[in-house]
Design a protein around this ligand. Structure first.
Ligand code: GLA
Length: 679
């Protein structure tokens, strides 16, 4: 933990030690006349709201010009909320610079890889490395901290908003200068950089730091290590902004915890949150449901990973939606019960705060068709009634507050370096999707009714009997050693195609694939066999692979062939292998099997590792289990993943009451039940 004050939770203004879950939203009163504020506060109280995030996009309203400050309206809102017992997660308001700033200093605007300026008119149009932006932002942070640092409603600081949502990759002159400085720190000498970047290739050897640029639009494929380092640098540049705001807040208001909202969801991949998690007092996340057959699994996967980014401690769900969003091609509302199920799934994976974007649906602006707690229809609406029901439910779940995640026996390893490197261009296939492979394994675990944690690669592996590391592409020596020690210690490791291929510089481990893991797996691959278009490679388990296949030779005695290809170029050759090692094992899956195709492979891996479902077999695939561990009891969250009613039968435990929770022996469609089970 590098934050100035270790992990800390919200500072509740009243009854600070009373256990409770936080419930609320982004609140944007500046979009509404003053009369509405009173109405808002009353409706918030009615719905059980106890916290709001305020001032996220208020810079222009707070500082209408250089040296001009208009805090009066925010003073009034803060006081009003406090009078109603509602705490404030106060934004530093630096998320979107006002027009006067970008008009005076167009040099703060980001530039894309094609040299095009990203102009104002939307939001987040600032360069993470701009010294001018940083100066103005910190000026605002100071003003906010001095004005509100001792306000009784203040529960936490909310740095900026979704750092990197729109501006993670900036190719401007500022970015070039900062990238060079970052590279100097990383490599020290030109020789080291030239070696790491393999610049002997295509006449790219650099003689001076000043010659280096970000990977701007090039005549052909830009250097892959330059691209990978630019991704690392870009994540670090935003982290540096977070640290700058956080340090100033820590200096001015040391008693107030600081967070920023991550975006662990879908293909948002520019920020290495495993690396950022130590920078905040508590982890916060924003998550929006991505439609499709794996929607519920994707939500659960994201919540699960967020919980382990937080080290198993409680975290803050800063945003999700009550119903439709506005940024999909087609924005479908949630089904009845979907609002509560989504929220409670996050709680199941450790969220001690459930907040939405936003409190009141905007009448104007780009997000007016995005759902909110109070929809355009007003409080006399299904959405608002569901919101109030959820508020009462969260109140009833107060005993869960402060409890941690109960580890599963299995885990999926998630690694940003591998995500970034495996999806670079000039690869055997351009269709590989790192997160999708990890999600497919997660869905396969869910279908088998087995809990699996989703952990960052830095987490200790020793907790787990079964460890799946899908597409673990970047394997530096130290990681290979950790995996070897895990297997030697009796762990069961599983990895997949395109794993163990390169070191931290994206240089191939020589001698045959999967380089760094070749000996551990007891196999050797001379050539990859990516599968074009809709090509499938059948396996003798009755399932088919797509995307990838490998020509595998078994090189160690004792390696078992779990499945063979029965069609395609490698028919008759191994497709899935396991090398037993003492009481542990190392397995390899050479193709993309998808959530269903992974089923028979996972069944064998579960049997070998002795990992079993904790719920009755009849519930597998239909009811998801997540467990939180308290001091004297565990809390089992049973989530109906389906749109059908499910008979739960006898699962021991005392059911917690709550208007959004299922009681009795059945779970209605999308319903959740919470059971208290004395430890
Ligand atoms: C993000 C932002 C919010 C809002 C929502 C809409 O999460 O932080 O301000 O734009 O998306 O889904």
């Amino acid at each position: 933990m590098t934050a100035d004050h270790g992990p800390r939770w919200l500072r509740w203004p009243s009854e600070p030690s009373r256990p409770r879950l936080a419930f609320g939203a982004d609140y944007n009163p500046e979009q509404w006349p003053r009369e509405v504020w009173q109405e808002d506060a009353r409706a918030m109280r009615h719905a059980g709201v106890n916290i709001v995030s305020l001032a996220i996009f208020s810079w222009a309203r707070l500082q209408p010009g250089p040296g001009r400050w208009t805090f009066g309206w925010l003073d009034e809102v803060m006081d009003l909320l406090h009078a109603y017992g509602i705490a404030v997660d106060l934004a530093t308001a630096t998320a979107s610079p006002p027009p006067w700033l970008t008009a005076r200093h167009p040099e703060v605007l980001p530039v894309d890889h094609d040299g095009r300026t990203l102009w104002p008119g939307g939001r987040q149009h600032w360069r993470p490395t701009s010294p001018i932006f940083r100066e103005h932002a910190l000026h605002l942070v100071r003003a906010m901290a001095e004005r509100y640092g001792t306000h009784p409603a203040l529960a936490a600081w909310h740095v900026s908003n979704e750092l990197g949502c729109h501006n993670v990759y900036d190719y401007s002159g500022d970015a070039a200068a900062a990238f060079r400085a970052w590279l100097r720190t990383r490599y020290g000498t030109m020789e080291e950089l030239n070696r790491a970047w393999a610049t002997a290739f295509w006449s790219q050897a650099y003689g001076d730091w000043a010659e280096i640029l970000p990977p701007r639009l090039a005549a052909s494929y830009p250097n892959p290590t330059q691209q990978l380092d630019f991704k690392r640098f870009s994540s670090d540049a935003l982290k540096d902004h977070l640290r700058a705001e956080r340090s100033l807040l820590a200096e001015l208001t040391p008693g107030v915890p600081v967070t920023t909202n991550f975006m662990v969801m879908g293909e948002t991949k520019g920020m290495d949150y495993a690396d950022w998690a130590g920078e905040v007092d508590f982890v916060s996340n924003d998550h929006y449901v991505l439609p499709g057959p794996q929607a519920q699994d994707e939500l659960s996967f994201s919540a699960n990973l967020t919980g382990w980014l937080a080290g198993g401690r409680p975290w803050f769900l800063m945003e999700h939606s009550t119903s439709a969003v506005n940024w999909q091609p087609v924005n479908v509302p949630k089904k009845p019960g979907g609002l509560a199920r989504d929220s409670l799934t996050h709680v199941a994976y450790g969220a001690d705060a459930v907040c939405f974007f936003q409190w009141r649906q905007s009448a104007g602006g780009a997000e007016k068709y995005h759902s909110a707690m109070v929809p355009h229809a007003g409080t006399d609406s299904e959405v608002f009634r569901s919101v109030a029901g959820l508020g009462a439910t969260l109140e009833a779940l107060a005993p869960v507050a402060g409890t941690r995640r109960r580890r599963a026996a299995a885990a999926i390893v998630f690694d940003w370096d591998s995500w970034w490197a495996a999806e670079l261009d000039s690869h055997p296939t351009s269709r590989l999707r790192y997160r999708q492979e990890a999600l497919d394994w997660y869905s396969a675990f869910a279908a088998a009714g087995v809990r699996a944690d989703v952990i960052p690669a830095g987490e200790s592996f020793e907790h787990y009997d079964l460890l799946v590391a899908p597409i673990l592409h970047v394997v530096p020596g130290a990681l290979a050693e950790r995996l070897g020690a895990y297997v030697a210690g009796g762990g069961h490791l599983v990895t997949t195609y395109f794993s163990g291929i390169v070191d931290e510089h994206d240089h191939v481990w020589l001698g045959g694939y999967p380089g760094a893991l070749r000996e551990l797996l007891g196999i050797r691959i001379e050539e990859f066999g990516p599968l074009p278009g809709g090509d499938r490679a059948e396996l003798d388990l009755g399932v088919a692979g797509t995307l990838w296949s490998d020509r595998i030779d078994v090189t160690e005695a004792g390696v078992e062939v779990v499945a063979r290809y029965t069609s395609g170029d490698y028919a008759g050759r191994p497709a899935v292998t396991t090398r037993p090692a003492g009481t542990g094992s190392a397995s390899y899956v050479s193709t993309r099997l998808g959530p269903d195709g992974l089923g028979p492979v996972l069944a064998r891996l579960l049997a070998r590792s002795g990992v079993r479902p904790e719920l009755p077999a009849a519930l597998a695939g239909r009811v998801e289990l997540a467990v939180r561990a308290g001091e004297d009891a565990d809390y089992w969250f049973l989530v109906n993943r389906t749109d059908e009613e499910v008979e739960v039968g006898e699962v021991a435990g005392e059911a917690l009451p709550g208007p959004s929770l299922a009681a009795g022996r059945t779970l209605g469609p999308r319903q959740v039940r919470v059971l208290r089970r004395p430890a």
